[in-house]
Design a protein around this ligand. Structure first.
Ligand code: 9PG
Length: 682
């Protein structure tokens, strides 16, 4: 995109014309249009920074740097995507403009933004704007080392939009002669999926993500036992999972919230854990599992001993009152001031103890946004993003190469510091609740997972949150359980189960077993969008012998619909396709398109889709939910001997019985057991 600067205005191709501004703490606004402006742009390719130079003789305090301030007249039918500030924040593909002061409000799901207009839509980090008659445009800050970046849109009475891309300086001072730079802002236009990839790569270049190894699997105590969890509960699940390893090989046992005296009192275990942590960890290890534990290192309950002893360790508001980061567990929970050396030492001591004294290899660090709240800190002149980054870097140093799953964590500032990221709100054993579009609910977790697949493997490993498969103590229908299992499988992210597995019905454990191991690959999603969720999921499988697709067709509406599959609507070339229903293990024939019949509310159909190659070929399998994409390691067809060689991947549970479904040229299919290499004369 061409950038021209003329008369203090920046023109970006035919996307927009903007000025740059700085909002000072005394309320004055400096503009690139001023004759003696202290501002200039620094432009590299499609990336823009705004720089403020203090040419005065006294310090200047800055609230915001605004690399782009534009009035847009031509945004017909504007739709806006949400990335969301932190793990649990609302996230969705482009949907019509709507002020979101409540949905993205502080302190939990949005940051404190004192300068935003109340009737605006404000998006943290990155947004994609779609309007009629022009390609989508992405505005995204590509790093968060110093400042939070937001893109704010508001609409004037005449219908025109005002766009402000700004970074928050929170009143920090620049000394005379010094310069202050905004985070870099990428502005790019084109196809939505390509824009996400381009932005993800730019962020990865700036934030240096950690290496992604294996995508982990495990058990988590939270989604059935909640805070009632006891040592006996963990032991019971440990025993069951170790006895059923052949059917259900999971790697981790992760203890969640419920072991501590109070939030903040991490080192005081409650009476439900009489044997202590080292003993529990030893048992987990002895049975061959990786031990994991939950902590919220930056949160202290008003009821904690630690807050009673050190009330000066928490973040304060302008009036000096402790800032409530959330109301939960029967009271206020304050944010630890990580710039207070003693407070930070305490957080590090808790994490050090969990990792090195107790012996946990995997830390689910939760409510991390608390360290990134705007407030009055012990150390002046530090932004909340800087405070968060510094705290997380110290935590990383303490835990070394142990695994960090971040949860409730501001997204961009965590890239490079954590191994995995919770990318949605909590799941629950119900689809949704009236008026709850952000809190715990299966549909909310699903919405975020569908919106944030493009993070996966680029900034960290995505954690879509646990699957819940039990058939009791739940409001979820089988269709809903399967829909979530499908979305998790197609996310490529971590696979954890949130049930008390000792109590789960065998046929429901079978659902879980079909998801092992995670594929590591995230499917692309596309419209139609219903209830802010895309209904199409598409994983393109590329192998040396063939390319095929795994497609998920969801119905996120509240009533049943007639579903069809038309390959050309999915970007596949016209032709005849072998279709295989992966949930049912049923071959549906070879056709140019297919009527799938009725799809119930909240249900999903999952198909393996193979272009007819005019020779014998694998078109389905019955092991992993993703079918041959996971079950088949290699296929060779020899036209001279007319022999088809199939090699099973063998990467699933040891007890898994897999059948390959092979299409013959005659139009029929045959099923063959995939115990070892299979040679078929066709
Ligand atoms: C443990 C849980 C689980 C879960 C986390 C997180 O806004 N809230 O009050 C709120 C409470 C709990 C919560 C998220 C938000 O869940 O995501 O997996 O670890 O903490 O308390």
């Amino acid at each position: 995109m061409r950038a021209d600067i003329h008369g203090g205005r920046l023109r970006l191709g035919d996307v927009l014309i903007a000025t740059g501004e700085a909002l000072l703490s005394d309320g004055r606004i400096a503009s690139t249009r001023d004759p003696d402006t202290p501002l200039h742009w620094h432009i590299e390719g499609e990336t823009i920074r705004l720089v403020y130079r203090n040419a005065t003789r006294s310090p200047v305090r800055i609230e915001q740097l605004r690399p782009l301030v534009a009035r847009e007249t031509s945004l017909r039918d504007l739709r806006i995507s949400s990335t969301g500030w932190q793990s649990w924040s609302r996230s969705n593909p482009p949907i019509p403009f709507a002020p979101n002061a409540l949905a993205a409000g502080p302190p939990i799901r949005g940051p404190y933004l004192p300068h935003r207009a109340p009737d605006s839509q404000s998006e943290a980090w990155m947004t994609i704007l779609c309007a009629a008659d022009r390609p989508p445009v992405l505005f995204g800050f590509t790093s968060a080392e110093h400042q939070l970046g937001t893109i704010e849109l508001s609409q004037a009475a005449d219908g025109t939009y005002r766009l402000i891309a700004a970074t928050e300086l929170e009143g920090i001072a620049i000394v005379p002669g010094a310069e202050l730079r905004s985070e870099p802002l990428l502005v790019s236009s084109g196809d939505e999926v390509r824009l996400q990839a381009r932005y993800a790569q730019a962020v990865a270049d700036a934030m240096q993500p950690r290496r992604q190894d294996e995508v982990l699997t495990g058990w988590c105590s939270w989604y059935q036992l909640y805070t009632t969890v006891s040592e006996a509960d963990v032991q019971r699940n440990l025993t069951v999972l170790s006895e059923r390893r052949e059917q259900l090989p999971l790697r981790l046992i992760q203890l969640d919230d419920g072991f501590q005296h109070a939030v903040g009192d991490w080192l005081e275990l409650n009476e439900k854990f009489p044997s202590g942590m080292p003993a529990l960890v030893a048992d987990i290890r002895a049975k061959g599992f990786m031990p994991g534990v939950w902590l919220a290192p930056f949160l202290v309950s008003e009821h904690s001993h630690i807050f009673a002893a050190h009330p000066d360790w928490v973040l304060r508001d302008q009036d000096g009152a402790p800032m409530n980061a959330l109301h939960n567990w029967g009271g206020a929970n304050y944010a630890l001031d990580t710039t207070h050396p003693a407070a930070m030492d305490y957080a590090l001591h808790a994490v050090h103890t969990a990792a090195h004294e107790w012996g946990y290899d995997y830390l689910k660090l939760d409510f991390l946004y608390a360290a990134a709240l705007r407030g009055v800190r012990h150390q002046p002149n530090v932004t909340s993003v800087e405070a968060y980054g510094a705290a997380m870097r110290q935590i990383r140093e303490v835990v070394g190469e142990r695994f960090i799953l971040a949860s409730g964590a501001p997204l961009l500032p965590s890239a490079g510091l954590v191994d995995a990221m919770r990318i949605g709100s909590d799941v629950a054993a119900y689809w949704g609740r009236e008026g709850n579009s952000d809190g715990p609910a299966l549909s909310n977790a699903m919405r975020a997972t569908l919106a944030r697949g493009w993070f996966h493997g680029r900034w960290w490993t995505n954690d879509p949150d646990c699957v819940i498969v039990r058939d009791h103590d739940t409001e979820l229908s089988l269709a809903e359980v399967q829909a979530w299992a499908t979305v998790v499988a197609l996310s490529g992210g971590m696979l954890f189960v949130g049930d008390d597995v000792a109590e789960v019905e065998p046929e429901r454990l079978e659902i879980l077993a079909r998801l092992i191991p995670p594929s590591g690959l995230a499917a692309e999603v596309s419209a139609p969008i219903v209830d802010r969720m895309p209904e199409r999921l598409h994983l393109r499988v590329q192998r040396p012998w063939a390319e095929w697709s795994v497609v998920g067709i969801g119905n996120w509406s509240t009533s049943s619909v007639d579903a069809t599959f038309v390959p050309t609507e999915w970007g596949l070339p016209p032709g005849r396709y072998h279709l295989f229903d992966l949930w049912q293990g049923e071959y549906l024939g070879c056709q140019p398109a297919l009527k799938l019949g009725t799809l119930a509310a909240h249900a999903v159909r999952l198909l393996s889709v193979h272009l007819d190659l005019g020779r014998p070929q694998t078109v389905g399998s019955t092991g992993h939910l993703l079918g041959p994409a996971m079950d088949l390691a290699a296929e060779q067809w020899d036209p001279l001997t007319r022999e088809l060689l199939l090699k099973p991947s063998g990467n699933g549970p040891a007890a898994r019985r897999v059948e390959f479904v092979v299409a013959n040229v005659s139009g029929g299919v045959q099923r063959v057991a995939a115990t070892a290499e299979v040679r078929l004369r066709c």
